[in-house]
Design a protein around this ligand. Structure first.
Ligand code: ACO
Length: 321
């Protein structure tokens, strides 16, 4: 890909909810959740909201990039759980960072759990074709807002959080991404926003999330394998030439199945779903930041990011660190 990640950061709510604690809220067990998903805990907002988490992650990413923040000309936030529909989370982050010395483009994108990859690829197009030198790309979600806390088959899987990267154009590598979608609202999605005008009313129930777990499992395995094999083939690379694959963190069993089917080694795939649960668009940048901080990847490494989720959407990209 024609971009380089020069800084990363993440931010999660102050409150961590363990599976054991969840047992007192939902009819579930630590054993059920852990054996089926690999999840042990997740962070849930109390006083924070999407824009607080996005801002926290952005600040860490800018600090680690050690740049003058006014060099940032583009902010994209991948989210489907913003604090409000407008202003966008990206505009709220721009205001809090005080980035107004030069023109800044700021907007949110929704590609559900693939959102961060879609946003990164979009940012790459701006860096390639404009005078913008640096971009801030964030994945931020407060999924706990849209969970049905009476539906134990879904609410135990998700968490809140945000991750961010600062990127710049890197002439060295050739562009390398693969994105795809197949519109389907049944397998995975939220309820519809109600219409409530003077001529027509469809109710006022809050937004809720639904998922067919078994279908999502099959879709996810196929989507990851398709993305990995396509990216390797199009770039004349082998799996061994990728230093680390960072997949969307939905479920450890999904990754175990992919590792087995691709005849790969488990060490090639980074996993931190155990601590954070599934944070949708935030999961890849949170994992990327942890992988960097834990020195699983370092300067000069080639990393593949792979997302899949609602839409249905899926895809990935190869980035340098
Ligand atoms: N605690 C205890 N029991 C539960 C829970 C729970 N939290 N949830 C469901 N059960 C029960 C069910 O009621 C069912 O009981 P029954 O047999 O008496 O009817 C039993 O457990 C088995 O339920 P299944 O749905 O068959 O469980 P399965 O083994 O298929 O695991 C799971 C469910 C974990 C959701 C699995 O389908 C899965 O991993 N799917 C992928 C989903 C995913 O990762 N989605 C991520 C969101 S989308 C995205 O990020 C792309």
């Amino acid at each position: 890909m024609g971009i380089k990640i020069i800084g990363s950061g993440h931010c999660v709510p102050a409150t961590k909810l363990s599976n054991r604690h969840l047992e007192s809220i939902v009819d579930t067990t630590d054993e059920w959740i852990f054996t089926r998903t690999g999840i042990s805990s997740r962070y849930l907002v109390t006083t924070e909201d999407t824009n607080d988490l996005a801002y926290g992650a952005a600040r860490c990413a800018i600090e680690s990039a050690a740049i003058d923040p006014t060099e940032i000309g583009l902010i994209i936030v991948a989210t489907f759980t913003p604090e409000q529909l407008t202003p966008s989370t990206a505009c709220l982050v721009q205001a809090r960072l005080g980035l107004n010395q030069q023109p800044v483009i700021a907007f949110d994108m929704n590609a559900a759990c693939t959102g961060f990859v879609y946003a990164l690829v979009t940012a790459e197009q701006f860096l390639k074709s404009s005078k913008i030198k640096k971009a801030l790309v964030i994945g931020a979600e407060v999924l706990s807002k849209i969970m049905d806390w009476n539906d134990r088959s879904t609410c135990v899987l998700f968490g809140d959080g945000a991750g961010a990267v600062v990127i710049e154009w890197d002439e060295v590598d050739s562009p390398s991404f693969y994105l795809n979608c197949e519109g389907d609202g049944d397998v995975l999605g939220t309820s519809k926003l109600p219409v409530n005008n003077p001529l027509h009313q469809t109710g006022t129930s809050p937004i809720s999330f639904h998922m067919n777990g078994a279908s999502v499992f099959k879709f996810a395995v196929t989507a990851i394998k398709e993305t990995v094999t396509t990216l390797l083939m199009e770039n004349n690379l082998t799996l061994e030439e990728i230093d680390l694959i960072i997949p969307h963190q939905a479920n450890k069993r999904i990754i175990d199945k992919v590792v087995k089917d691709l005849n790969a080694s488990p060490e090639q795939f980074f996993l931190n779903v155990s601590e954070y649960g599934n944070t949708s668009a935030a999961s890849i940048p949170i994992a990327l930041n942890e992988a960097i901080k834990k020195q699983r990847i370092k300067a000069g490494n080639r990393v593949m990011l792979v997302g899949f989720g609602g839409g249905l959407t899926w895809g990935g990209c190869i980035v340098s660190i």
